[in-house]
Design a binder for this molecule. Structure first.
Ligand code: ZN
Ligand code: ZN
Length: 88
């Protein structure tokens, strides 16, 4: 019975870590056209075929180093400027 108590604690800690991770990429980024907010799992594809989370790198493809000045919204399919996605 003691074992169940000790195994619960590390699980809770990992959940807190995950929550902090999503908060880093979540709240301050949203589509300027439709207010859609990308999650940490969303990926964008580059012309070179690489897929990555574009807000992790400020719109730069880590594979071919192309800088994307615009970022497609997965919700409204618009192409707003990358800098417009950040809330201040
Ligand atoms: Zn949108
Ligand atoms: Zn690329």
């Amino acid at each position: 019975m003691r074992n169940t108590r000790t195994t619960r604690r590390p699980l809770l800690r990992e959940r807190e870590k995950q929550r902090q991770r999503t908060q880093l990429t979540g709240p301050r980024i949203r589509c300027p056209l439709c207010e859609w907010r990308p999650s940490a799992e969303d990926l964008w594809g580059c012309l070179c075929g690489h897929a990555w989370h574009t807000f992790d790198t400020g719109g730069i493809c880590p594979s071919c180093l192309h800088q994307w000045k615009v970022t497609q919204c997965h919700s409204c399919n618009g192409w707003p400027a990358h800098s417009d996605w950040y809330e201040y």
